[in-house]
Design a binder for this molecule. Structure first.
Ligand SMILES: Cc1cc2nc3c(=O)[nH]c(=O)nc-3n(C[C@H](O)[C@H](O)[C@H](O)COP(=O)(O)O)c2cc1C
Length: 359
């Protein structure tokens, strides 16, 4: 009996199977507003158990990349409502990933009046793509004041409420891959000397306060979080106390009782390996749902579920390239290969035109 294709209870929600579509930024949201093309893309993939949306900013300040959606303005909330309706009609549940880019941004990408905020004024190595002028060096962000920390937490809480207003089933805090929440956790990007910097109890404070604020706003069953222990994306180097820091986070998040933790593993994309030991630590310390991701095919998904390593499997690139991935995996059919050249380009090409199997 397959576990993968059987139902799963995520808190009070019933998922139609154990497969989640991993969050994937696709840069089709012209003017940062979710649109009809996006509704078509997500609806095509609604045979997943859970769809986690592309990174979506809770604040104008968090819109670091071109054409990524937000969920703070009325037009954005209305756009998400259309998408949630289309996805629910297909049977999937949907969590919006709240991604505040922090220092991974460029003023040319930000809307008028928005600012690049981060824990400390430390620029990321490398370059950021802008529609206006192509690749530009990462600028130095502004270190957040105490008042900006408070207002940013309030923006997350409001975004969570907006998600529920739009009919989405919950939110995933993006605390991975070098964006704002991880910038607070990691010592290279957090050089603060106040109660948000220094030992891990302080570096974890912002993410835990954000988690508490969104849970107060919409309830703990509607809040998950994504973490990338041992992740190095966006200039986040490995450091000595990484394992102890993430063990502390696992304990603290468990104590708060949010519905899931979702771990990133980008080793199939060429990143350094994520030790099995840290995944096992999360499994042991976190009592609610654990989602693993990174390089899964059907066989490995089934085997990790059967071994009890996690409760759900999130899949990125195979879902991007196969709108009917669940059927293809279930019937061992051939799969389409993803086309990297259209991952982030505007328009339907490489987005809504991947073929489904003929029925
Ligand atoms: C085009 C693309 C965009 C992505 N955007 C995001 C994102 O917005 N948020 C996030 O947490 N991860 C993002 N990821 C990472 C995926 O969620 C996933 O962890 C990664 O693709 C590895 O899983 P896979 O081997 O199943 O593709 C992205 C990956 C791809 C390929």
């Amino acid at each position: 009996m397959s576990i993968l294709y059987s139902k799963y209870a995520l808190g009070p929600l019933t998922l139609q199977n154990h497969l989640a579509m991993a969050p994937m930024t696709r840069n089709r949201a012209t003017d940062n507003i979710p649109n009809v093309l996006m509704a078509e893309y997500y609806a095509q993939r609604a045979t997943a158990g859970l769809i986690i949306t592309e990174g979506t900013s809770p604040s104008p300040n968090g819109l670091g990349y071109p054409r990524i959606p937000g969920i703070s303005s009325p037009a954005q909330v209305e756009g998400w409502r259309r998408i949630a309706d289309a996805v629910h009609a297909g049977g999937a549940k949907m969590f919006v990933q709240l991604m505040h880019c922090g220092r991974i941004a460029h003023p040319l990408n930000l809307p008028a009046g928005a600012r690049m905020l981060a824990p400390s004024a430390v620029a990321a190595a490398g370059e950021m793509y802008t529609d206006a002028e192509g690749l530009k060096p990462h600028p130095v962000p502004q270190a957040m004041t105490a008042a900006e920390i408070r207002s940013t937490i309030a923006e997350y809480a409001q975004a969570a409420k907006n998600a529920v207003t739009a009919g989405l089933d919950g939110i995933e805090l993006h605390s991975a891959n070098g964006y704002l929440l991880e910038q607070f956790i990691r010592p290279n990007t957090n050089q603060r000397t106040d109660s948000y910097g220094g030992p891990i109890e302080n570096r974890a404070r912002f993410v835990l306060e954000v988690a508490e604020a969104v849970m107060d706003a919409i309830g703990k069953d509607k809040v998950g979080i994504r973490l990338s222990p041992f992740g190095v994306f966006n200039d986040m180097p490995l450091y000595d106390t990484m394992e102890a820091d993430y063990t502390y986070l696992a304990q603290q998040l468990n104590a708060r009782g949010l519905v899931y933790i979702h771990l990133v593993d980008h080793s199939p994309m060429g990143a350094p390996p994520v030790p099995d030991a840290i995944k096992a630590t999360f499994r042991k310390l976190f009592k609610r749902t654990l989602i693993l991701s990174g390089g899964y095919d059907a066989e490995r998904a089934e085997s990790d579920l059967a071994a009890g390593r996690c409760d759900l499997i999130a899949v990125g690139r195979p879902f991007l390239a196969n709108p009917d991935l669940v059927d293809r995996w279930r019937t061992s059919a051939a799969v389409n290969a993803p086309d990297m050249s259209t991952f982030y380009t505007p328009g339907p090409k490489g987005y809504t035109d991947y073929p489904a199997l003929k029925k």
